[in-house]
Write a protein that binds this ligand. Structure first.
Ligand code: IVH
Length: 677
């Protein structure tokens, strides 16, 4: 017989190996070994434990989640996208939010009723009821497609499975947050970093029997699809849900002024440690559902809601060194390397210093004792310096004038403000290795090519091994080499191949965003994709002469200004960028851009506004045009179908120009008539 210590050692190894693979599988959703390999590991582990009863005392087996992997969850498209929320961090952000809502709705000096609810720090899910029967349960997924986790959701006893006897709408989608109570989490402490991970791990693991062992709870907070719409307000919706047997959070209430918001925020921040669930802020929602509809969404979040986060935890640490990092747009960001400290449950060893001016203003130096804070998932920031602790020999920080690649950096002069940018930039683009790697990370991110299993860390690994230097390399990876790397097995390689192939099919707007042109975010990419329509037309931008013509046209689009067109021009004037983009496109299959609004009474119509309207802001008017399939242009041109003249201060010159070009000039009243026709 082997000696006892060797048996324990072997047992520990098996345990660690299982635990590691559990994490890859259950938490990261990225298995590195096959199901059979996993089962073999488990079999070895348990047979050893059976053979040597003294191993039981180590309590290892209790620390493993038992389920064996099966196939991934089925992906199902959400009836309505599951968006995220914009954040507010201080009272001023809330003031801005209120102002924006009022501006959009074109209401002045009238307070809008908001519904305030705690923001539960759990895992979001959506429940779909048809004729009162729970028929579907999805995780958020990427917001567009969720995972079918109905069976796991059904194990949560407090979620109603059948409300058909209470006369609910034919179709009812309830959005909710699933969590583990703080008290219940105490028993799970060894397995998960925090209650949120525990809830996610348990909800997204593949054996409902295992899920049922973990005490999951939930709060219903939102309305997804509904047919017929019987609710008037958020508060009315929640009240009905409660009557139908759903659990809603009892701390929800209406508020209607900034004072009330600030008061509610302070008081809940003080009380939150006493709650049995983690919350990280308060969500404020415009209570009236009609107004919510009018406000609509930006690309990622509704205009009618905001999460006012609680103030971040602050801790003291010391700056070991100040280094610079280079972003994908060439921005040089100083970063403080600090002595590791725990903030908000995470160990932090970096804090951002924003830019050169910030370092100057706060006089931040290497060796300084500083206070840092971490709000939400954002990078920790330096709040202040404790000057009393500064050493005598300390010297002012000299901001490097060169990029890490050695090239000179520049501060750009803004044409509109005539001021120099606060940020220094390397202008080498792909020729700078530090920029190139960041561009690659952007390219594979969720909003771009969205390649599962190819995240930032993997890009770094592949970059260092010279496997990926340009976008095109992603599609021609040397899998023979990757196979030999630690952490990569047959299954993970198969998954990566599949994910890469899947990413080849991409819509034009996502492609334009993926390329990573400065000043072209998701919204602008959609506007540009709407202009080009197809890959074929988009390719015209590669040609210098055609580009000049395109740029003139782009300036007519609402939302695109000279900042954007200059950036587009300079991007494609760069030979390396051009080649890289062409190589990338050759690997892809690009779907024509179909605006989601596409069809409607204004389909293909081009409209321009001048002057203000009495009932509606310009932003709302623009949203309506787009929802009905039309486009809003920013300058008068022959392509216009209508110039709509608002009653407040229209520009006479524009009206005259339009008349000359024989464009229909219509009044606000006529405009409303068209909309209602
Ligand atoms: S309303 C945009 N209300 O926060 C959709 N969300 O950052 C409207 N959350 O994915 C969300 N508590 O999982 C809303 N009372 C609450 C919430 C809440 C937690 C989560 C939710 C959402 C995330 C948005």
């Amino acid at each position: 017989m082997q000696d006892k210590s060797e048996i324990v050692k072997k047992f520990k190894q098996l345990f660690n190996n299982l635990k590691k693979n559990n994490k890859h599988y259950f938490i990261e959703d990225n298995p590195r070994i096959t199901d059979a390999e996993y089962d073999e590991l488990k079999r070895e582990f348990f047979s050893l434990e059976n053979k040597y009863p003294f191993l039981k005392k180590l309590n290892f087996s209790k620390n493993l989640i038992g389920a064996s992997p099966t196939n991934k969850f089925k992906k199902i498209q959400h009836l309505k996208p599951m968006l995220s929320l914009a954040n507010a961090f201080e009272s001023k952000d809330m003031k801005d939010f209120l102002k924006k809502v009022n501006n959009f709705l074109n209401i002045e000096n009238k307070s809008i009723e908001l519904f305030s609810e705690p923001k539960i720090d759990g895992i979001s899910a959506t429940l779909i009821y048809e004729n009162g029967i729970l028929i579907r349960g999805l995780s958020r997924g990427d917001g567009i497609f969720g995972e079918d986790i109905l069976e796991n959701i059904k194990t949560i006893s407090t979620i109603p499975k059948n409300i058909s006897n209470k006369n609910p709408p034919k179709l009812l989608e309830v959005r909710c947050e699933i969590y583990i109570g703080k008290k219940d989490f105490i028993n799970l402490k060894n397995k998960f970093a925090n209650p949120r991970n525990a809830a996610g791990g348990s909800l997204r693991q593949k054996n409902p029997k295992e899920t049922s062992k973990i005490p999951l709870k939930y709060f219903a907070y939102g309305l997804g699809a509904v047919e017929p719409q019987i609710f008037k307000t958020q508060s009315d919706f929640l009240k009905k849900l409660s009557n139908w047997g759903f659990t809603i959070n009892q701390l929800g209430k209406t508020v209607s002024s900034l004072e009330e918001i600030n008061k509610a925020h302070k008081s809940l921040d003080n009380e939150r440690s006493k709650l049995n669930y983690d919350i990280d802020g308060i969500v404020y929602k415009v209570n009236d559902l009609d107004l919510q509809k009018r406000l609509g969404n930006t690309s990622n979040s509704p205009r009618w809601a905001i999460a006012y986060k609680f103030s971040a935890e602050k801790v003291i640490t010391k700056i070991k060194k100040i280094i610079i990092q280079v972003g994908r747009t060439g921005a040089i960001t100083p970063v403080a390397k600090v002595e590791p400290v725990t903030v908000g449950g995470v160990v932090v060893s970096n804090a951002t210093l924003h830019n050169e001016d910030e370092i100057q203003r706060k006089d931040i130096r290497e060796g300084d004792t500083i206070q840092i804070q971490r709000a939400g998932d954002v990078i920790p920031q330096v709040v202040s310096v404790d000057f009393t602790k500064r050493e005598k020999k300390s010297e002012k920080f000299k901001f490097p004038l060169k990029c890490l690649c050695g090239a000179a950096t520049k501060k750009e002069l803004s044409k509109s403000t005539k001021k120099f940018d606060a940020v220094r930039r390397c202008i080498k683009g792909y020729a700078c290795d530090y920029i190139a790697i960041e561009k690659l990370k952007h390219l594979v991110s969720k909003e771009s090519l969205n390649i599962d299993g190819l995240g930032k860390k993997v890009i770094e690994q592949f970059w260092n091994l010279n496997l990926v230097r340009q976008p095109v390399h992603i599609f021609n990876l040397d899998f023979k080499k990757i196979e030999k790397l630690e952490g990569w097995g047959k299954l993970s390689i198969e998954n990566l191949k599949k994910a890469i192939n899947k990413s080849r099919l991409i819509s034009l707007d996502k492609l334009i965003y993926s390329i990573g042109i400065r000043h072209i975010g998701q919204e602008n990419a959609k506007i540009l994709a709407g202009y080009f329509g197809s890959e074929e037309k988009f390719r015209n931008i590669f040609d210098k002469e055609k580009r000049n013509h395109i740029i003139k046209n782009l300036l007519e689009l609402d939302g695109i200004g000279s900042t954007q067109t200059e950036s587009i021009n300079s991007f494609f004037s760069n030979k390396i960028n051009l080649k890289i983009t062409q190589d990338l496109i050759n690997e892809l299959e690009i779907k024509n851009y179909i605006s989601h609004s596409g069809q409607g009474i204004l389909s293909n119509k081009k409209i321009m506004f001048t002057g203000g309207f009495s009932d509606m802001s310009r932003s709302e008017a623009k949203m309506i045009v787009e929802n009905k399939g039309g486009k809003v242009l920013g300058t008068i041109s022959k392509k216009l179908d209508y110039l709509v003249v608002g009653s407040s201060k229209p520009t006479i010159k524009k009206i005259n120009q339009a008349k000359k070009l024989e464009i229909k000039v219509i009044s606000e009243k006529e405009w409303i008539k068209i909309l209602n026709s």
